[in-house]
Design a binder for this molecule. Structure first.
Ligand SMILES: [Zn+2]
Length: 70
């Protein structure tokens, strides 16, 4: 299981969506659309599943960069 992450379009930083999902479940999801609050911009960003990735636990301060769900 991991946290679903998105990239902030304004700052380029990884933002947690507070959605916990397994990589397998995420890969099996149909394309979807959601919104998440961004602590860097203090606003809500709209995002698509293709822009999100699963951050496995214990990667705390490490920014996963442009790594995508395989
Ligand atoms: Zn932002």
């Amino acid at each position: 299981m991991g946290l679903l992450m998105i990239r902030c379009p304004e700052t380029g930083r990884a933002v947690s969506t507070d959605i916990t999902v397994s990589r397998e479940a995420f890969a099996a999801m149909p394309v979807f659309f959601s919104r998440s609050f961004c602590p860097y911009c203090r606003t809500t960003h709209e995002w698509f599943a293709k822009d999100a990735w699963v951050a496995e636990a214990v990667t705390s301060s490490r920014d996963p960069g442009d790594r995508r769900v395989a």
